[in-house]
Design a protein around this ligand. Sequence first.
Ligand code: GSH
Length: 321
Amino acid sequence: MTAQFPDEQTKSGEFERQPDAFREWVSNDGSTSYPTAAGRYHLYVSLACPWASRTVIFRKLKGLEEAIGMTVVDPIRDEEGWAFREPSGKILPGAPFESTDSINGFQFLSEAYKATNPDYNERVTVPVLWDKQTKKIVNNCEDDICRMFNDRFNDFSRNKDVDFFPREIEKEHAKLSSFLYDNVNNGVYRAGFATRQRPYEIACRRIFEALDDLEERLSKSRFLFDNQIVEADWRFFCTLIRFDVVYHGHFKCNLRRIVEYSNLQGYLMDLYQQPGITDTVNFDHIKRHYYMTHTQINPTRIVPIGPVLDLGKPHNRGRLA
Ligand SMILES: N[C@@H](CCC(=O)N[C@@H](CS)C(=O)NCC(=O)O)C(=O)O
């Protein structure tokens, strides 16, 4: 069986992610050619993508919508990669984002990569932080972009005091984020993109062992670090919100659903109900992207109608505060 991404597949059928290509920083300390400014940088994202969605959440919660524009690519990715198209399917007119590229008039996101490096031949991924002045990609790594949004744009942020990387817990926080990346965020891709039985099973069991640990941790505290929502919570959220909808079926992560874990489900609803978050979650994009793009996994491209979710219900997580 050929893999979805042959360049990211080992001989033994494991999925290995390529490193991010552009890692420049926006900063005012003179160390880079990208000074902090309002209106200069633009974010290209997919609302289907868990990595890009974390940057969408940071932009929203830091109140950076006016300072940093955003364009959402079409959820369907074909041989030409991520594309800008008139909103298709069920997107209502007046949706709070653009789907055609008014910044550069690009048709494909690959044009941004080629403009930055004409020799670029690797995978074209979201998110992308674009500089309108030099007409180049500054950074395509969501970890860096979230850090920049957290504190580099505070002169233009409506919520300067919100800090998703608190100093006091720096070490434990970094450790937990890396655990989440390996076992959960990237774990579901390792299971879903495996092309042999054994790597799939190993990846899948690892995810559920991690979920069992996290269920236990969240039985005692409202968020991962007590009452404060930090980067690790949003990192976990971006996988949890997609889990029952696409990872359980499409990626075969199906020992259990999140709704069967009482603490994880309550925690997911708690984060989903935080102000501004529902604007960043688009189940139509999520479902159409996964089921219609990975044709190696789902050749018919049929998008399932379920599951029925009710994430707006009371969750009673406040009792742990
Ligand atoms: N920067 C991320 C990856 C971002 C990423 O993989 N995004 C996916 C969407 S979820 C993408 O753009 N894929 C495009 C492709 O594979 O062609 C990382 O840590 O490796």
